[in-house]
Design a protein around this ligand. Structure first.
Ligand SMILES: Cc1ncc(COP(=O)(O)O)c(C=O)c1O
Length: 374
């Protein structure tokens, strides 16, 4: 069909050009094409069999176990499932947090992903937005003031482990100090590691964010650093939290522990293939290679003489927002007067060079316009 072919060509071209979103491009899952011809549905809990026998739950469990391992836990202490992405994982974490207490308050920084506010609205939980610092990290002093005013209520901390715009990491140790200082007995820590969940475990020093540090739940996107043609992700939670909400449904003969009923059976196959091919060592290598590209990009963009900024070891390079033409061609995400590129796998030095060359030319035009005429 001509129309569909045209749409495909456009997507193919646009996905080669983009630099502004954390979506790895170096995947090929065509071997799973036969699965496009069958019904596939991982309905319900991945650990619970269903009346429907066309699922990939055995593979999904292996995927979840791999993530448990890189997040310093195991399947006895933790439970999880393959989600539709980071947003669903965050919704799930907040849902379990809400079910843990009576009348809690969620604290999250203004640098959090836009979906957090909507998730909180859906769950109808009280929340407070905490100021963020210039580097995108939560403002600990503001958090302390807000917490001290509400110390009689259970606290849910929604932490960014890689904020959307600047890839900032909220400092778990500082949050714990504040919890201790105000003797908060009932609290829950959720980490939004949508982008950094597969990266942070391989950084040196490793940021504190996982189950070793006592966090309650972690959400990760699968289509970001691993890469997938379909959105996906993994949510991992302490098993005791999942057990609190477990429900059995006779209609589908399984446990209703997930946000949606029907669930994608294809994306666990993609994540599983990646894990088989790369494993932990491959992920560590992927992180190292991406960091090299980010170092290169930072250096090259700095040579343009514009303001450039990057959090330590981040794959995200933040700089002055270029012209609309450049933003549109390279699909750069922007906020106020800043834009960023994110050096995910699949982005090469050649692409960075092409971007920098075009940006350089563009700056000349902007400067020409900006030169006052006397
Ligand atoms: C920090 C953060 N959290 C959550 C999300 C949402 O993830 P998803 O698009 O997988 O739902 C994003 C997406 O960019 C993000 O950057």
């Amino acid at each position: 069909m001509k129309l569909i072919e045209e749409i495909y060509q456009k997507i193919d071209e646009n996905s080669k050009n983009f630099l502004g979103y954390p979506l790895a491009k170096d995947f090929d899952y065509r071997e799973f094409a036969p699965f496009l011809n069958v019904c596939l549905n991982n309905i319900g809990d991945p650990e619970s069999p269903s009346t429907l026998l066309f699922n990939t739950k055995s593979i999904e469990k292996e995927v979840v176990a791999f993530f448990a391992d890189i997040l310093s836990t195991d399947m006895e202490k933790a439970w999880g499932y393959v989600t539709n992405g980071g947003t669903e994982g965050n919704l799930y974490g907040l849902y379990l947090a809400r079910e843990s207490f009576r009348n809690p308050i969620v604290y999250y920084s203004e640098a959090s992903h836009y979906s957090v506010k909507k998730n909180l609205h859906l769950l109808n939980i009280d929340s407070i937005v905490v100021r963020s610092q210039n580097n995108g990290e939560i403002d600990y002093e503001d958090l302390e003031i807000l917490l001290s005013m509400n110390r009689h209520r259970p606290a849910i901390f929604f932490l960014n482990i890689g904020s959307t715009m600047k890839e900032a990491i909220d400092d778990l140790d500082k949050i714990k100090q504040t919890i201790r200082k105000y003797s908060i007995k009932d609290y829950y820590i959720h980490c939004d590691a949508a982008f950094l969940g597969c990266i942070a475990p391989f950084r040196d020093p490793k940021p504190k964010f996982d189950f070793l540090e006592g966090v309650d739940s972690i959400a990760i996107s699968g289509h970001k650093f691993i890469g997938s043609p379909l959105p996906c992700g993994v949510v991992l939670v302490k098993r005791k939290h999942r057990n609190r909400i477990v429900n059995s449904v006779s209609y589908v003969g399984t446990l209703d522990t997930t946000i949606t009923g029907s669930r994608n059976g294809l994306t666990p196959l993609f994540l599983w293939k990646f894990i088989q091919e790369h494993g932990k060592d491959g992920l560590a290598k992927r992180v190292k290679e991406s960091m090299e590209i980010a170092d290169y990009a930072e250096k090259k963009i700095k040579e343009l003489g514009i303001d450039v900024w990057r959090n330590p070891q981040a794959l995200t390079i933040v700089f002055e927002k270029p012209s609309d033409k450049i933003c549109s061609k390279y699909q750069l995400a922007s906020e106020d007067n800043i834009a960023h590129i994110i050096c995910v796998p699949g982005i090469t030095k050649d692409q960075i060079d092409a971007f920098v060359a075009e940006y350089k030319e563009d700056l000349k035009t902007v400067e020409a316009y900006a030169t006052p005429v006397y």
